[in-house]
Write a protein that binds this ligand. Sequence first.
Ligand code: RIB
Length: 305
Amino acid sequence: MTIKKPNILVIGSSNMDLIIEVPKLPKPGETIGSGTFFKKYGGKGANQAIAAQRAGGKTTFVTSLGQDQHGHELLAHYQREGLDTQFIKTSEKPTGVALINVSTENAQNSIAVASGANLDLTWDRYEMATICENQDYIIIQNEIPLNSIEELLKNAPKQIKIVYNPAPFFNISIEALRKVYILIINESEAEEIFKLDKVSTSDPELIKQISSLDIPKVVITMGAIGCYYWEKGDEKIGHIKGNKVNPKDTTGAGDTFCGYLTVCLAEGRDLEESIKISNLAASISILKIGAQESIPFRKDILENN
Ligand code: RIB
């Protein structure tokens, strides 16, 4: 069976990830030696765009790069991956950089980002209309200016489905949030949005809060526990277990999940099947150092491709 490639537009950040793998994460004021350095491609927007492309989407990536060595390297990488880069902007600011420590003890990380050029990712309504032409789905995250996100949520053409991953978390107006087709959040983002101390499927408050947002689909990624999910009209919150793996670096696992989930839904799969495939992709993406390095290709995880 040949499936038509869905048109996926990803709007978001690009970073060069400067990673040090250390025996354990340093505490404030502490220096940890004997680390190993890696320079890898990253940024939540870019990770999601690469995931959507490798999952089988025809992916357009809109981002802002500095006119520096990192910017040139990232643009060349996006072109090699086959992304449509025609709307990528350049900025006077330096390309975004993320300083990442990854612990060999438990694969946990700590990340500090200098957003640089990502802060210049803005557009007006007319430009957005051109960029959105022929797109089926848009994916956005929070590593670009809040105004740009609200502008997009309010004015994107109605026929395009919006996937919103509000990471890193900041508050956005309810009016803008209501334009979202699928909200993908992690445990701590869910606690912030729904004002809960703990996210639990048996908590009636969670389903009350989710339903009141009036978003068609909500997915909460719960790390090793797996995913909770809800669709408009559901009386219960579903749970799909995670895949057990021995992680090396969990950076970008959520981004891989978002890119894959969007393509699976755009191809007409139901939410449960889409989550299972995306969970598998995310669990493979944490087996190597680097956010994009081990994002799997469609042929590696989908039968019949
Ligand atoms: O989600 C992971 C990403 O967050 C990293 O690639 C890093 O660039 C930060 O933006």
